[in-house]
Ligand binder design. Sequence first.
Ligand SMILES: Cc1ncc(COP(=O)(O)O)c(C=O)c1O
Length: 416
Amino acid sequence: MDNLKKDFDRRKFIKNISLGIAGIGLSQSAFPKNIDDLVNLETSIVPNSNIRSEFMLQPGLSYLNTGSLGPSPTTVFNKIFETTKKLELNPVGNNWGPLGKEADMVREQIANYLNADKDEIILTRNTTEGINLIANGLKLKAGDEIITTTDEHYGGVVGWEFLERHHGVIVKKIDFPKEDIDTDQVLSLVKKQLSPKTKVCSFMDVSTVTGMRLPIEEIAAILSTRDILLVCDGAQSTGMVKVDVKKMNVDIFAGSGHKWMLGPKETGFLYLRKGIQDRIESVQLETGFKLYNHNTGTRNVANFIGLGEAIRFQDSLGGIKKIEQHNIALGKYLRAQLKNIKSFKLITPEEDQLLSGISSVIVKDGNVKELHTKLNENNIVVKKLGKIDVMRFSTHIFNTEEELNHLVKVLHSLVK
Ligand SMILES: Cc1ncc(COP(=O)(O)O)c(C=O)c1O
């Protein structure tokens, strides 16, 4: 009986595809060849910059899933390739010579990007590695409490859950409401969980589920009178919005190069504020923060030099603040249209301070998996979070208003 009902609901929800979207296709001209093609929105970054053509994205593909993995511009790809070629000319001479030095300098670029010092940055493979390093290094004891949320990505929470399973640490998870949430509510929910046993608060900067940019600076202010470490998972914010670790007043900030930074795959970084570094007991950190030392083992210098190139690419477009403006403007534009689709419940907050370049909806009475497949068949790549029926749309610098209009048209043809 249940299955029959489900099938009926699903059929009601997904309209007949052959009637619905026949003939709807996005022409190549919908993609920006030039910044001037970014129509009507206040998204202009720098004149005469070729945006979409800087990427190798498949022609006709609407790529709205940078939150999972970003495309790298050709300049980054070429940098990795050229560096690898140089490396092969004399592997030892170059790896522990000029290329090794150049790769280590990327710590300085990341530091400038985040408003940190070079001696506060280590280069990692990804966000998960960074947060795990902290979880392993903090030496928390049974009964110590960690506050986090139910929306964290595995990468931001598996390290804490490991401590819970193996060392008796208590992980408390805040379940942020998915509707009408604002800064005051976030702060009051955080305050409620604090206790004399709280040792760590670990939150995403931008939520991987709802796209909410958490009020980290305000959370830091609440924690400032207590001895609680503030750990921030920046996987979804770095490269999408301006991150200033000093302004946010976080102790730890972990990020990935291969999402919104548009850097090489398997690159990341970890910021550790100077004042807390001696609290992390880690084999890797014992010999310093350099990209390579005896405790890190050999690294892929080409990837990290490529990450430096990704930052240069963003700078060439006018810098991260301008990119943030673009991403948020596109997000707002998309959300205004997603709201008009009855089958969707928008779960991205509306308050300006909480906005980001991610827009998410709950697919109410339908089948998120099937909708995801249909969008893929239409060359539209988005993220589905199946467990909670969420569909997530990431809008970055290579996405346009016209592309979003096309997405909405296709959505209207597929759902009520
Ligand atoms: C908030 C958040 N944290 C961590 C991760 C994991 O990132 P990585 O695989 O680069 O470690 C993701 C990936 O989507 C994420 O959204």
